[in-house]
Design a protein around this ligand. Structure first.
Ligand SMILES: [Fe+2]
Length: 239
């Protein structure tokens, strides 16, 4: 590494720290700002649909900056996950194409030592726990679950998608999702009233996804034709 590369890496790492810290602060602030009326409305919507989107919870710029940092330095750490599409009338075995990165250290235990990655992993885990800790009282009011149960990041490249499924087989898990799209307007679609409803990745939104609701992520498309799209999603799981 040249002195210049070292200097830019150090400043990049510092930016990463600051972005995660700002995200944690945003969540702490946001969690305290919900009125009882707002929580009751969210709880009713969640009970009815099994999903709610809450807009403007955090500064989207901070999460985008953290995701860009991970993408630039640690993309090789993501595992491609492909599940073939099969005609299946029960829809229990629909396919997907995306990449995942698990943040629990033991899942990566068979990988070669990589202290840079371990540090990033530890920082993300700490942030995931902090965000979960701040939002746990809010999640309890809306969904009834409180127990933080781990976090991971999904990445969708051009054309990646997740076919319609639900996660009922995983028990009573509730996911708090923090999606960010780059050069695309990504979304999750939620099935209720006999059709799929679109929830865009609006900046700073969180999606709260219950276990039995059917959902999909349509193939990721470019917004402008010159640049590739990317969608990343910080998945924080509660039980
Ligand atoms: Fe799912």
């Amino acid at each position: 590494m040249t002195a210049q590369t070292v200097a830019s890496k150090v400043s990049g790492d510092r930016q990463f720290d600051l972005a995660l810290k700002a995200l944690e602060d945003d969540f702490e602030r946001a969690a305290g700002s919900f009125s009882e009326d707002k929580l009751q409305t969210l709880q009713q919507d969640f009970e009815e649909i099994g999903f709610v989107q809450i807009e403007n919870v955090f500064g989207a710029y901070n999460l985008a900056r953290a995701f860009r940092h991970i993408e630039r330095d640690n993309r090789q750490r993501f595992n491609n996950a492909l599940k073939p599409e099969r005609p299946d009338i029960s829809k229990a075995h629909t396919g997907f194409s995306l990449s995942r990165i698990f943040l629990e250290a033991e899942i990566d235990a068979d990988r070669p030592e990589d202290s840079t990655w371990h540090q990033v992993q530890a920082q993300l885990l700490k942030t995931g726990e902090a965000l979960a800790g701040s939002m746990a009282p809010v999640l309890r009011k809306i969904t009834g679950v409180t127990q933080y149960a781990g976090c991971k990041i999904f990445a969708y490249d051009e054309g990646d998608y997740l076919s319609m499924h639900n996660d009922a087989q995983l028990g009573e898990r509730v996911n708090m999702l923090l999606p960010v799209s780059f050069n695309s307007v990504g979304c999750i679609r939620i099935l209720y009233d006999e059709r799929l409803h679109v929830y865009y990745d609006s900046p700073g939104c969180i999606n709260i996804l219950g276990p039995s609701i059917w959902h999909d992520v349509p193939p990721l498309l470019r917004y402008d034709a010159q640049n590739r799209p990317l969608r990343m999603n910080f998945v924080i799981r509660f039980e």
